[in-house]
Design a protein around this ligand. Structure first.
Ligand code: HEC
Length: 111
């Protein structure tokens, strides 16, 4: 029981650092939405499944100024395949602009 509270205190201390708190919140928001929208059926953080891993996507586009618009377009409109392999990426036309922006920013923040 006591160690439980020590754990919570440690987490709270970490969250007090603003940058880390933002990163942790971004990750939680991204993962919740990605789970709800089944992104993780085809993408994982670190391993290629049907689609590229999210970290691979981030690495491929690092330093590419057009990446945010490009990736937002792929999420909204889908992709016929051919960029990473022969498998297609379904379109998520009903996601809001804000949700897509949040997902793209998070993916591109991965190192
Ligand atoms: C049915 C499997 C599947 C699902 C579900 C899926 N993806 Fe994909 N995704 C792919 C495949 C396959 C590719 C690579 C397509 C290609 O090579 O053109 C891809 C590509 C992408 C890319 C672009 C990579 C690039 O270089 O163009 C992003 C970003 C992405 N997915 C994000 C997401 C997000 C966010 C979700 C959930 C909202 C999602 N995907 C759901 C299969 C999937």
């Amino acid at each position: 029981m006591k160690s439980h509270w020590v754990g919570i205190a440690a987490v709270a201390t970490v969250l007090m650092f603003a940058g880390q708190a933002n990163a942790a919140m971004d990750a939680a928001a991204f993962k919740a939405l990605a789970k709800k929208k089944s992104c993780f059926n085809c993408h994982s953080m670190d391993r290629s499944l049907f689609g590229p891993s999210l970290r691979e996507i981030s690495r491929k586009y690092s330093g590419n100024a057009g990446a945010p618009a490009r990736l937002a377009g792929v999420i909204r409109n889908g992709s016929k395949g051919g960029v990473w392999g022969e498998v297609a990426m379904p379109a998520y036309a009903r996601l809001s602009d804000d949700d897509i922006k949040m997902m793209v920013q998070y993916i591109l923040s991965l190192k």
